[in-house]
Design a protein around this ligand. Structure first.
Ligand SMILES: Nc1ncnc2c1ncn2[C@@H]1O[C@H](COP(=O)(O)OP(=O)(O)O)[C@@H](O)[C@H]1O
Ligand SMILES: [Mg+2]
Length: 556
């Protein structure tokens, strides 16, 4: 009986109090409590999960949005940088900074957002608590702070350097890849796949080495800090234990224990926060590289630049001398040239004589070191870049098309052009019949490397683009590629149509183009050696005769 009573009492201990309730009621109360607990737990879990989701997602979103904006800003900056920047530095380095380095910076920022506040705060409050318990022991422990800071700064520096070097390798790798993939036919026909593979292998290994160096610094940081914390903790422990046993410091065992826990927690927080420091340094190296692009100067425009009215009278080059940024000798020496509005000037000369350089001064891809380029008596440096370039149509030596449809490529300079206008321009460029035969007509994609189009066809598409823009000044830098006779005739017809009623600079390799010009300018080693019409030059200019007999005729 006693046993039974005992057991009942034991069971009753678990039941809700309330003497008047029957066992039945108590049981249903119990069940309700369980249900309530489950529901409350469920709600709490749900809220926590939703909060965790948003915390993670929002942190990532903040970082990704920031990086996307940075990328957009850098790219916008790149678009307004001078052409010369890329001829000196190449394109792959800038591309990898815009794409890769911004991503590395983002990774660092993300870690910064996660723990940068929490862990140092925790360490701070733990130390505060420890101070209250025993400032003496805390100070002994804090003796480890200067070496910790020194260590972190040293490791941070290494991290920064390692990141910088790894990003440089990554850019180099991208450059190699771009180089070899775009020249794949050449690689194949010379059977140099092995060479390309071994060259790529070398940069790849370098990249790996440098990335592993980053990993090494990263991996070494926490153990080093742990050892430091351990030494500091032991020092505090030895002194503290002495105090506790002798009761000289007036410290009780329980207090001492609490102190140790607080100090240990603060050391742990510092250790956890150490990878934040490393990531910050890593992000630092990456953003430095990104901001080298952002800080690169933009194209110069006079703050009081005026809007250049359409060309009416003449274009002058006055004693122009120009040296490329990395070159030793000038590409143009004391060049003077006057062109009346509406004239067509053909520029001839051997390769490297400065023809392209001369015409590139007109849209201000470069500015002369000495002398001036003037339009209607005004130095073009005083005009806004937009108003200057609005007047200029440019067909470059290497035919430039975009990975888009034929129609979009023709309409590139006039975004609001109607389909009719585009077709009219294509007709005038003698390329409409060809486009008509394409499976998708004007909606055919030209593609990244314009495969499936011949040089002559692409050139006429680009001429159609210039016709549609209807510029007052036209620069035509003839491609050296040997187009067939029919293509040449068509290009010449297209060119004739394009030149009508404009001021034209035609860099010509073919005699058929030169002969129709109002004036022929002969260049040699950066100088204009003579100018005049064909017959005059044949008579008096040895350089021209030489060109005529070899290059110009041979190109036919
Ligand atoms: N971006 C550049 N950077 C440095 N030198 C260049 C650059 N472009 C051309 N040059 C040099 O300037 C000279 C003139 O080149 P260019 O005007 O292209 O000649 P052309 O068009 O008559 O063949 C050449 O000696 C060439 O090597
Ligand atoms: Mg050229």
């Amino acid at each position: 009986e006693w046993a039974l009573v005992n057991r009942m009492q034991w069971v009753a201990g678990f039941l809700p109090r309330g003497e008047d309730k029957s066992l039945e009621e108590a049981r249903s109360d119990n069940e309700r409590a369980v249900v309530i607990i489950i529901v409350v737990m469920g709600v709490i879990t749900l809220v926590r999960c939703v909060a965790t989701f948003y915390q993670k997602y929002l942190a990532e979103k903040v970082v990704q949005v920031a990086i996307a904006r940075l990328r957009a800003d850098v790219y916008r900056h790149v678009l307004y940088m001078p052409v010369g920047f890329f001829s000196a530095k190449g394109t792959s380095d800038t591309i990898s900074r815009v794409v890769g380095d911004t991503a590395t910076a983002g990774k660092g920022i993300k870690i910064l957002l996660g723990k940068a506040l929490r862990e140092p705060m925790k360490a701070f409050f733990c130390l505060l608590g420890a101070m209250v318990l025993s400032w003496q022991l805390t100070l002994i422990f804090l003796a480890a702070a200067p070496p910790t800071v020194a260590c972190l700064s040293l490791l941070g520096k290494r991290m920064r350097k390692a990141t910088r070097r790894s990003l440089m390798s990554s850019a180099r790798m991208l450059g190699r890849l771009q180089d070899s993939v775009s020249a794949l036919p050449v690689v194949k026909v010379y059977n140099r796949q092995d060479r390309e593979a071994s060259l790529f292998g070398a940069v790849n290994r370098q990249f790996l080495r440098r990335t592993l160096r980053m990993a090494k610094v990263e991996a070494a940081t926490q153990p080093i800090l742990e050892v430091l914390g351990m030494i500091a903790g032991s020092a505090a422990l030895v002194v503290g234990a002495h105090w506790v046993f002798s009761m000289r410091g007036g410290m009780e065992g329980s207090e001492f224990f609490a102190l140790l826990v607080l100090l240990g927690t603060s050391a742990e927080s510092v250790r956890k926060a150490s990878d934040v420091w490393n990531s910050v340094q890593s992000a630092n190296a990456a953003t430095e590289r990104v901001f080298e692009v952002v800080d690169a100067p933009l194209e110069k425009e006079d703050p009081e630049a005026f809007v250049l009215p359409p060309l009416r009278d003449r274009i002058e080059f006055r004693n122009v001398t120009f040296t490329y940024p990395q070159a030793d000798s000038p590409a143009l020496r004391d060049v003077s040239l006057e062109v009346q509005a509406g004239q067509t000037v053909a520029i001839v000369g051997a390769n490297g004589s400065g023809k392209t350089t001369l015409v590139n001064l007109l849209p201000r891809f470069y500015d002369p070191d000495a002398g001036q380029v003037r339009i209607d008596g005004q130095d073009i440096r005083m005009a806004t870049l937009v108003s200057l370039r609005d007047q200029i149509g440019l067909v470059t030596q290497t035919v430039a098309t975009f990975n888009d449809t034929v129609a979009a490529n023709i309409g590139y300079g006039k975004p609001d052009a109607t389909r009719e206008e585009i077709i009219a321009a294509a007709r005038r460029a003698h390329v409409h019949e060809f486009i008509d035969t394409l499976p998708n007509g004007y909606d055919t994609m030209i593609g990244e490397h314009s495969t499936g189009f011949s040089g002559g066809q692409l050139q006429r598409i680009v001429i159609a683009r210039a016709i549609l823009k209807n510029p007052t000044i036209l620069i035509f830098d003839e491609a050296m590629s040997q187009v067939d006779a029919e293509s040449e005739a068509k290009i010449n017809e297209a060119l004739g149509d394009l030149m009508r009623g404009r001021t034209c600079f035609i860099i010509a390799h073919r005699f058929s183009t030169v002969i129709g010009a109002d004036r022929i300018v002969v260049m040699e080693r950066g100088r204009i050696v003579d100018q005049g019409v064909h017959a005059e030059l044949m008579e008096r200019c040895g350089v021209y005769r030489g060109l005529y007999e070899t290059q110009l005729v041979a190109a036919r």
